[in-house]
Design a protein around this ligand. Structure first.
Ligand code: MRU
Length: 376
């Protein structure tokens, strides 16, 4: 997607052919900077600290992380250790394990001397596949949006088609295009009058910082709202559809996504607003049937709840001009108050109107997914 007219992916092989470049998402939207990852440890740190985040992107970063490990030591022991190190970084998104297994299974049968090059090829393939899957999700979602927009009452036809999204499931969460935002970009480019309500998505504010950033750079009309505003907007007919991504989808169609997604699904259900979940095949965990009972939910630091980060705009005392715009962390809660920070929740399939995949749109159910993937 575009930043100031230049096309970017979120991850790339550097010109040296050995190291990996990524956009540093901890600095967005205030600073657009990139980082070079030169070792497996650096790749693992980038995933853990959310320099890169979003289920598909952490999968691709993990794949390149194995390549980096094999450049240093292509032996069986190092391969196993790197797999463990990367797999332990974030537990919820299944894309990470899926991508690590894909690279490991590709390189393990090879002589050690060939493994790093083979891992590089496989990681690049995973990245390219992700772009293709996300673009196809965009095409299927576009058709759906066009149908929904056209089916609105005549009095609403002149209004923008209002979509609400939670967290960031845009191109920054993938390699390019995004999952939930791919249909938005396709619709905008196709001339649909679309507007996006962007949930801020506490505690890390992926909506307010990342989704707003990328929609803005693509020129898509959008408005940032607090997480608690969505239900009110739905009650007042100001949301035509909700669309979100998922970090792990069960074979029965439950979806695990950023904390707060479940509440949006409940509000959508109560107000008759369609609730869509966009996903590539790499997000489906065919081994899991009950998302609430079986998906491990990442618990992150309480400090993400009790504190908040942003760019400095004002202090309660005179501040040197040079300090304005600096990245700042401020405390919200009283010292000593405990915080609890589950990073994801599960929305049961019964609250999901449909799944939008690279293979088409299906019911959020075992039969629906089987119909598209035949258990693949
Ligand atoms: O904690 P994050 O920022 O990695 O969480 C990301 C999400 O929850 C996305 O919605 C999800 O990965 C789907 S992305 C295409």
């Amino acid at each position: 997607m575009n930043i100031d007219g230049q096309a970017w992916r979120t991850i790339w092989l550097e010109p040296d052919g050995r190291s990996v470049g990524v956009i540093d998402q901890t600095q967005l939207p205030h600073r657009f900077t990139t980082r070079t990852l030169s070792s497996c440890g650096q790749a693992a740190d980038a995933i853990r600290t959310m320099v890169v985040r979003g289920a598909p992107l952490i999968g691709v970063t993990g794949a390149y992380g194995l390549m980096l490990a094999l450049q240093a030591d292509p032996g069986d022991g190092a391969l196993a250790a790197a797999f463990e190190q990367l797999d332990a970084t974030r537990p919820t998104a299944i894309n990470l394990r899926w991508a690590l297994e894909r690279v490991r299974d590709r390189v393990a049968p090879l002589p050690p001397a060939q493994r790093a090059e083979a891992a590089k090829r496989e990681a690049a393939l995973i990245a390219d596949d992700d772009v293709a899957m996300c673009e196809a999700i965009g095409d299927h979602g576009l058709t759906l949006f066009q149908q929904l927009a056209a089916a609105r009452p005549a009095a609403r036809q002149e209004q923008p088609f209002h979509v609400l999204t939670h967290c960031n499931a845009g191109w920054l969460a993938t390699v390019d295009w995004g999952t939930a935002l791919a249909p938005v970009y396709k619709a905008h480019r196709a001339g649909l009058n679309i507007h996006v309500w962007v949930d801020e998505t506490r505690p890390r504010n992926q909506g307010a910082s990342l989704t707003a950033f990328e929609l803005g750079r693509e020129g898509v009309p959008h408005t940032v709202i607090v997480d608690n505003a969505g239900g009110h907007l739905m009650q007042h007919g100001q949301v035509d559809a909700v669309i979100v991504g998922t970090d792990r989808t069960t074979r029965t169609g439950d979806v695990c996504n950023k904390i707060g997604t479940y509440l949006k699904a409940l509000a959508a259900h109560d107000n008759g607003v369609p609730f869509y979940v966009a996903l590539p095949a790499s997000t489906i965990d065919w081994s899991v049937a009950d998302g609430v009972a079986e998906i491990p939910i990442e618990a992150r630091s309480a400090s993400e709840v009790t504190q908040i980060q942003g760019a400095l705009v004002e202090l309660d005392r005179p501040v040197a001009q040079a300090m304005l715009g600096s990245m700042a962390t401020v405390q919200l809660s009283p010292n000593g108050s405990a915080g609890f920070n589950p990073a994801f929740d599960v929305t049961p399939a019964r609250l999901v109107s449909a799944l939008i995949t690279e293979r088409g749109v299906c019911e959020a159910s075992e039969a629906g997914l089987q119909g598209l993937y035949n258990g693949a």
